[in-house]
Design a binder for this molecule. Structure first.
Ligand code: F6P
Ligand code: MN
Length: 299
């Protein structure tokens, strides 16, 4: 079995260090999830004061990135301001340390999303990413990596080894999509979004599956095809999800697997973020479905 560290030997050394920095924290994060599940400000079963789990995860990941010596900036959902390395570095890393955190209480899926680029600016369109990947802390913990080698799933095996092993190589979205994961309250969908949802239901004949964690909802589209959206809403035209830390990296992964992404008009990968916390409507999945979406929203 090829390990993650073997698989990434032909990537740039700095990129490999960043990927291994994340995979190296899995045991720590995963082992702590159950007893760090309580509310922030309370004590865990070891008598330690609890930070919110997403803040704690952010701290662990940021320390691991800083230790690589190759990270020049970190943009994170949990940092008020980006961290800038006074000593410089080659890579800017964006993270959503614990995506799907509203699923913690109910023990549904959540994960970590990472995007990495080596451009001069802090914020770049996702098409300029060097790699993007996510960790899914599911019943099986996986790391799904999109790089110039395609999209590959790695599986975390026994504790004691920080390495992962290749689970599935060269992942491609199935040609005919099966599932739809549609976010946001339907009564807040715009007319265009309602028409697209009708198309998915009546013409594409997709089955509903929505889990409430972007990582999980995108992961199932990668395996079964179909469409995920967190769309424009009547009171929130930009939707809910963040362009830099969520939509960009995940759209990069979907497009590398042969799918498409859109904000309703163009590929998410082409969008230049103006702000760290900018939001965007996001629609991802099979190319034919995303083309249909753009056609419907134009009407
Ligand atoms: O990070 C935000 C997030 O938790 C995503 O993981 C997920 O796609 C979305 O919000 C879920 O939102 P809602 O609770 O509105 O379905
Ligand atoms: Mn998130």
């Amino acid at each position: 079995m090829t390990t993650l560290s073997e698989y990434i030997t032909d990537l740039d050394e700095g990129l490999a260090k960043i990927i291994l920095a994340v995979s190296g924290t899995t045991d720590t994060i995963f082992a702590s999830l159950p007893h760090r599940r309580g509310a922030a400000g309370t004590e865990n079963i070891y008598g330690e004061e609890q930070k919110a789990l997403d803040v704690w995860t952010n701290d662990i990941l940021c320390e691991a990135f800083k230790a690589t010596g190759v990270v020049k900036a970190i943009v994170s959902e949990e940092l008020g301001e980006p961290w800038i390395n006074p000593e410089g570095g080659k890579y800017t890393v964006s993270i959503d340390p614990l995506d799907g955190s509203s699923n913690i209480e109910s023990n549904n899926l959540f994960g970590t999303i990472v995007g990495v680029h080596s451009q001069d600016e802090l914020l770049v369109p996702a098409e300029k990413l060097d790699v993007a990947f996510y960790n899914l802390y599911g019943p099986i913990t996986t790391l799904v990596l999109a790089s110039n080698k395609g999209v590959t799933e790695f599986v975390k095996h026994r504790t004691g080894s920080t390495d992962y092993h290749v689970g599935k190589e060269n992942i491609r979205i199935p040609e005919k999509g099966k599932l739809m994961g549609l976010g946001g309250a339907p009564y807040k969908w715009t007319d265009g979004v309602n028409k697209f949802a009708d198309y998915l239901k009546d013409e594409a004949k997709l089955k509903v599956r929505y889990g409430g964690a972007f990582v999980g909802d995108i992961n199932q589209i990668l395996y079964y095809g179909g469409c995920f959206m967190y769309p424009e809403l009547v009171d929130k035209p930009q939707g809910k999800l963040r362009l830099v830390i969520e939509c960009g990296p995940m759209s990069y992964i979907i497009e590398k697997a042969g799918g498409a992404s859109s904000n309703g008009r163009e590929s998410i990968l082409a969008l230049k973020p103006g702000e760290v916390d900018e939001r965007s409507p996001v629609y991802v999945g099979n190319k034919d479905l995303i083309a249909k979406l753009e056609e419907i929203l134009k009407l």
